[in-house]
Design a protein around this ligand. Structure first.
Ligand SMILES: O=C(O)CCC(=O)C(=O)O
Ligand SMILES: [Fe+2]
Length: 443
């Protein structure tokens, strides 16, 4: 099953950071309490009504760099789309992504293709039914299980690098990143000015690169992640194709690291780069580290992310291969009206017509990783990762979400989301009134 196409029923438990008073050895860093950020994303209470702008979405102006816009005020409740438990279920044996609503529907929609792939006898079909029912139950349990893991980690895990859990300090960030983010908050900042401060990887695809973390911070984060890997703590995996990564919210790294990164730095940048994709209205994220190593996961199939925007930062270690490749932009018109019956293709939402003429993937753009640097792209940009050749590759991936955009259309089922309350950031949907926005990827 493809990671980026499935609205995983992940969640994050509400909790105070276990490391609230840890002090930081990074020069200039202070020990800090989580209270300012850690309390902002509690899952209690009703959604905060928010006034959205008219078309097009624009970067909020005139704010100091440390603005916290979407998360200031009362906690908000986030949702996922119900499609997570019924769409894009991957049946590896038959190389098929299916929609599953029950036996009759399965026979009706997939009978012929299943038979052609070897699901012939009644016992084959029965086994498939049972597997699908189990997968649905697994997805339904994911939220609770993730919350339980997070709570256990918070109470019992002893970090190797506790400073990572202290509030993000500028000293962890590359000077070029600080400069680009700083520029983006200056009144009068514009796209042209920002483009002078980062690398345009592809103007047409709107893919950019910039340094994000210092080498020292990358190394500290890697050490911590490896320590966690070696620990006997329970581990939720980023998705069903990345079997060796780490979910940062389960580790307790959302509050001190990812949320400040999104709110203080990424949002101003994204607001200038992708105003039409909700870049100025990011209000949640899903952050994880993917790991590729010999004998473990080595590559990632083509997919689009369940996100409006994505940043992918190479953390190390030393490796060759593993380049990202980028095709065209996923469009709703590519969605398979039958609900993902798209064969062995790794992009389950795409219709067979697109698969046969995948101009979207003709001549993909190859992008090499540079440790410490991040690639910015639209979530809907089809992409994957080439096989690792040597070494180990760890990348931090943050799926950035804007509820103002996704509340209109779930990128996974290409329909108006059927909202289900979830924990933590859910899949970034909210029950707030939809607003009028220009959508870059989903119209
Ligand atoms: O392997 C990578 O760095 C890409 C990961 C990715 O695209 C994803 O997890 O959504
Ligand atoms: Fe991705």
């Amino acid at each position: 099953m493809n990671p980026g196409l499935v609205g995983w029923g992940h969640c994050e438990a509400e909790r105070e950071g276990p490391t609230a008073t840890r002090s930081s050895p990074f020069p200039g860093a202070e020990s800090s309490s989580f209270s300012a950020l850690g309390n902002l994303h509690r899952t209690l209470g009703r959604p905060t009504p928010r006034a959205y702008p008219e078309v097009p979405l624009r970067k909020p102006r005139g704010r100091a760099r440390r603005f916290t816009m979407a998360t200031a005020g009362a906690p908000r409740r986030f949702c996922r789309c119900a499609c997570f438990c019924s769409e894009n279920l991957y049946v590896a044996r038959y190389g098929l992504h299916v929609r599953f609503r029950g036996e009759q529907q399965l026979r009706r929609d997939y009978g012929p293709i299943l038979r052609s792939r070897g699901c012939v006898g009644p016992e084959d079909f029965q086994q498939l039914l049972e597997e699908l029912e189990q997968e649905v139950e697994r997805r339904q349990r994911l939220g609770q299980e993730s919350a339980a893991r997070k709570a256990l980690i918070a109470s019992s895990y002893h970090p190797a690098r506790p400073e990572i859990y202290s509030s993000l300090q500028d000293v962890a960030l590359a000077p070029g990143f600080l400069a680009a983010a700083e520029y983006s908050t200056v009144p009068g900042a514009d796209l042209q000015g920002l483009l002078q401060r980062l690398e345009t990887v592809s103007e047409e695809k709107r893919i950019y690169r910039l340094p994000v973390f210092t080498a020292r911070f990358c190394q500290a984060l890697l050490e911590e992640l490896e320590h966690f890997e070696r620990s006997d703590m329970p581990k939720g995996r980023p998705n069903t194709m990345n079997n060796y990564g780490v979910l940062l919210h389960e580790l307790g790294l959302d509050e001190p690291l990812v949320t400040p990164l999104r709110e203080r730095f990424l949002q101003p940048l994204m607001a200038l780069l992708y105003p039409d994709c909700g870049g100025g209205w990011l209000d949640s994220h899903r952050a994880f580290v993917v790991k590729y190593a010999p004998g473990q996961d080595r590559e990632l199939g083509c997919h689009y992310d369940n996100a409006e925007l994505t940043i992918n930062v190479a953390l190390g270690k030393a490796f060759t291969g593993g380049a990202l490749y980028f095709g065209g932009l996923f469009q709703v018109s590519m969605c398979d009206p039958r609900g993902s019956a798209s064969g062995s293709w790794e992009c389950p939402g795409l219709s067979p017509a697109v698969l046969q003429a995948p101009s979207a993937l003709a001549k993909p753009l190859e992008v090499e990783h540079v440790v410490g640097q991040g690639i910015l792209h639209r979530g809907g940009q089809l992409h994957g990762a080439r096989p690792l050749v040597t070494g180990e590759r760890w990348n931090l991936v943050v799926w950035l979400r804007a509820s103002a955009v996704r509340n209109r259309l779930c990128p996974m089922c290409c329909r108006k989301p059927d909202l289900v309350d979830d924990e933590g950031f859910g899949d970034g949907f909210t029950r707030e009134e939809p607003t009028t926005v220009d959508l870059c990827a989903l119209t």
